[in-house]
Design a protein around this ligand. Structure first.
Ligand code: TRP
Length: 333
C-alpha cells in the first residue's frame, strides 16, 4: 500500500467547502492507502503565534470534525505535529537546502503574505522567519513519514513542488534517502459560499459549518443570494445564478433537481419555499455527520485517545526516518 500524507492547520472548524473540496475524497482514500493525517499545529502557529489558545482548542475541534465526516481511526493515523520533534529536526536540516529567495518566490507563500498585512506588513516587510520557512517544515511533515502521495488543493501545489526540490537536493548531496512525493489532486469541487463568493470562511459569514445547529443553518440559507432579477414569488428566474439552486445540487437528492430547475425557470417556485426545502435537505444531508460528531463531543476522551495512539505510531515512523537521514548526513553519533 502506498503512503498518503496530508495535513490541516487547526485554526477553525470544518465547513462545507472543506468537506466537498477535500474531506469527502479522504474518506474514500482511507480504504486504499496507508494514511497519515497531520493536525499541523506548529504550522498553524506560524501565523497564529499570538493566539495559542485558538490553536490548542482547534486541535480537538478539527479532529472531531474529521471523525464526524467518516474518517476511521482504524484506517487513518491521526497525529499532532508538535508532538513529533523529528519534524522540527528535519526542518532545520532542510533549511540549508533552500534559498530565502526561493521561499519568497513561492506563489502560495506570496499570496498568504499579501492576505496577512496586519501580521506581516503591507509589503511583507514584517514577515517572520518562521512563516517564510513553513514550506520547509511542510517538506519535513511529508518526508518524515515517507509520504508518496499528498492529497491537496491546487493552491498547495507550489508547496509540494518545493518539497520535491528539497528531496532532490538532499538525495543528490547525501545519497538516495528520501522519497519524492507527488501531489494527489482528486476530483473534488471547490464550492462557492452562500453569497456566491469563490472564497468561503468565517469572516465572510458565507459558509455552513459541520457544527452549525439547525437555527444557524436556517438563518444562513435564508440569507443566501438568489437571482436578483426575481422580485415577486412567481417571477421566472435563472437558477444558474442562484446560490440556493447551487446548494440544492450539492445536498438534495438528484432526482428532485430537474423539477426544482424547471419550476424556478417557469416562475412556479418562490424563493422562500425553495430555501425552506433546501434547509430540510441540508439538515438531512448533515444528519449522519452530526450524529457521529455528537458521540465524540460527549466523549472527548475518545478524541484524545485517537490522537495519542496515532501520534505514538507516527513518532515511531519518524524516528526510523530521522535515523536514516542522520546517517546520510554523517551526524549519526
Ligand atoms: N499547508 C496545508 C494547508 O494550509 C496544511 C499542511 C500542513 C499540509 N502540513 C501538510 C498539507 C503536509 C499537506 C501535507 O492546508
Amino acid at each position: 500500500m502506498k503512503t498518503i500524507l496530508t495535513g490541516l492547520r487547526p485554526t477553525g472548524n470544518l465547513h462545507l467547502g472543506h468537506y466537498f473540496g477535500a474531506g469527502q475524497s479522504w474518506v474514500k482514500l482511507q480504504n486504499d492507502y496507508n494514511f497519515y493525517l497531520e493536525i499541523a499545529d506548529v504550522q498553524a502557529l506560524t501565523d497564529n503565534f499570538n493566539n495559542p489558545d485558538k490553536v490548542r482548542k482547534n486541535v480537538r475541534e478539527i479532529t472531531a470534525d474529521l471523525l464526524a465526516i467518516g474518517l476511521d481511526p482504524k484506517k487513518v493515523n491521526f497525529f499532532i505535529q508538535s508532538q513529533i520533534p523529528e519534524i522540527a529536526e528535519l526542518t532545520v536540516f532542510y533549511s540549508n537546502l533552500v534559498t530565502v529567495a526561493r521561499l519568497q518566490r513561492n506563489p502560495t507563500v506570496k499570496a498568504e503574505i499579501a492576505q496577512k498585512k496586519e501580521l506581516f506588513g503591507n509589503d511583507g516587510e514584517s514577515i517572520t522567519y518562521g512563516f517564510l520557512g513553513y514550506p520547509v517544515s511542510q517538506a519535513a511533515d511529508i518526508t518524515a513519514f515517507d509520504g508518496e502521495l499528498v492529497p491537496v488543493g491546487d493552491d498547495q501545489l507550489p508547496l509540494i513542488e518545493q518539497c520535491r526540490e528539497i528531496v532532490r537536493k538532499f538525495n543528490s548531496i547525501y545519497g538516495e534517502t528520501l522519497k519524492e512525493p507527488e501531489p494527489y489532486l482528486s476530483k473534488t469541487t471547490r464550492i462557492k459560499g452562500l453569497d456566491g463568493n469563490d472564497k468561503m470562511g468565517k469572516s465572510l459569514g458565507n459558509a455552513i459549518y459541520l457544527v452549525d445547529d439547525d437555527e444557524t443553518i436556517k438563518q444562513k440559507i435564508m440569507g443566501a443570494i438568489t437571482d436578483p432579477q426575481k422580485i415577486k414569488k412567481d417571477d421566472p428566474a435563472n437558477p444558474e445564478i442562484c446560490m440556493v439552486y447551487y446548494y440544492h445540487k450539492l445536498v438534495t437528492p438528484s432526482d428532485l433537481i430537474p423539477n426544482i430547475c424547471t419550476e424556478c425557470r417557469e416562475g412556479k417556485r418562490g424563493c422562500v419555499a425553495c430555501k425552506k426545502e433546501l434547509i430540510d435537505h441540508m439538515k438531512n444531508y448533515l444528519k449522519e455527520i452530526k450524529e457521529r460528531r455528537k458521540k465524540y463531543e460527549d466523549n472527548p476522551e475518545l478524541i484524545d485517545k485517537i490522537l495519542k495512539e496515532g501520534t505514538e505510531n507516527a513518532r515511531q515512523k519518524a524516528q526510523e526516518q530521522i535515523k536514516k537521514v542522520k546517517e546520510a548526513m554523517k551526524i549519526d553519533y
